[in-house]
Design a protein around this ligand. Structure first.
Ligand SMILES: [Zn+2]
Ligand SMILES: [Zn+2]
Length: 364
């Protein structure tokens, strides 16, 4: 029995059960050459057994450069017999191999100072800011203060009848296009981008109805991230020929972006929280309508690259999910996203289908 939730991935699987039940075991997506991934793993390996020159091929072509970097940073020590971990702490405590979202923030109970958990540095801005309702192991907490210098969020237990969602502004700059293919006059690209993101406020919503109670501004620094992204562009005249007006574009692109993020986990073994997106009716680097989906980890984790490699199927499934959803103007099963920094506005469900049709018309 399959119990579906309100999200695009589950919606797609309900309509296409063969995508889940008829498939061979999926390949895990992982970029072992990403220095942000490789470095911590080398530390953890060296702690178990010093790494010798003979071991290097096991860790891939980037291993030697990564080891040199770790020696220069004082993480490992080079001796004639190999590379040694000399710290008394466990490597996996210092070098976070589970995720690479920056230094962990400790969740500390007000009054007692008890550490109740940790949250990724990158996620702390959106989930552990002052005033946030934080659900941890089924218990509801209210964050009193987020101290980014000391990597600590102070919180206390609370029973509240509202949830909080962060609002943010994101900007993305293309650093390098590494690959591209033309789909007619539309362009699909993969490469490196700089994403900057600032959480500017949060909304309180009634738990029962989702109704917005109020919005409170926040003063948090801009975070930036250099990572991998897949992006696609549609030129103006193609957009026009598809029957979309200028006013439709922001909502259409945004809706297509959301649903594609929701579906990428079907093609790359990731969670929708591991990836992010930015869409714009006109991007300064491309000059035309552009939708980006990027890895949420520094250096990229390979998810966007997998999206690029499977783009026709991935974006085709995105189009199919939006078109098949029975809602009127967008719902969490198709184009709404629980992590949208814009409060799911604007979203244009019909426009997204037209836009994806225009993009996919000449897809290869
Ligand atoms: Zn829907
Ligand atoms: Zn959004």
């Amino acid at each position: 029995m399959l119990v579906a939730r309100d999200d695009p991935l589950d919606t797609y699987l309900v309509h296409h059960p063969e995508a889940l039940l008829g498939q061979p075991v999926e390949g895990t997506v992982f970029d072992p050459d990403n220095p942000y991934v490789l470095g911590p793993h080398l530390c953890a390996a060296a702690q178990e057994l010093p790494i010798t020159s003979k071991d290097l091929p096991l860790f891939g072509p980037g291993a030697r450069a990564a080891l040199d970097g770790l020696v220069a940073d004082g993480m490992l020590r080079r001796r004639p017999t190999g590379w040694f971990w000399t710290d008394r702490n466990r490597a996996c405590d210092l070098a976070d191999i589970r995720s690479t979202g920056g230094a962990q923030v400790q969740l500390v109970e007000a009054g007692t100072g008890r550490v109740v958990g940790t949250v990724d540095g990158g996620r702390a801005h959106t989930t552990a800011h002052a005033g946030a309702v934080y659900v941890h192991r089924g218990e509801t907490w209210l964050v009193e203060e987020l101290d980014l210098d000391d990597h600590v969020a102070v919180l206390r237990r609370a029973e509240v009848d509202y949830t909080t969602t962060a609002r943010d502004v994101a900007d993305i700059v293309v650093v390098e296009e590494r690959e591209h293919q033309m789909w007619g006059r539309c362009r699909l690209s993969f490469g490196t981008v700089d994403v900057s993101n600032q959480v500017t406020a949060y909304l309180r919503r009634r738990t029962r109805t989702g109704e917005v109670i109020d919005e409170t501004p926040l003063d948090l620094p801009v975070r930036s991230l250099r990572t991998g992204a897949v992006w696609w562009t549609v030129p103006d005249d193609v957009v026009e020929a598809a029957g979309l007006t200028r006013a439709d574009l922001p909502g259409a692109a945004h809706a297509a972006e959301h649903c594609s993020i929701g579906l990428l986990p079907l093609f790359a073994t990731c969670d929708r929280w591991d990836i992010g997106g930015v869409s714009t009716a006109r991007h300064p680097d491309t000059g035309v309508l552009t939708v980006f989906v990027h890895d949420g980890h520094p250096g990229g984790a390979g998810f966007a690259e997998r999206g690029y490699a499977t783009a026709r199927e991935w974006l085709g499934a995105t189009r199919a999910t939006i078109a098949a959803c029975e809602c009127v103007s967008g719902c969490p099963s198709c184009v709404q996203s629980p992590k949208c920094g814009n409060g799911n506005d604007p979203l244009d469900k019909e426009g997204a289908v037209l836009l994806l049709d225009a993009l996919l018309a000449a897809a290869r």
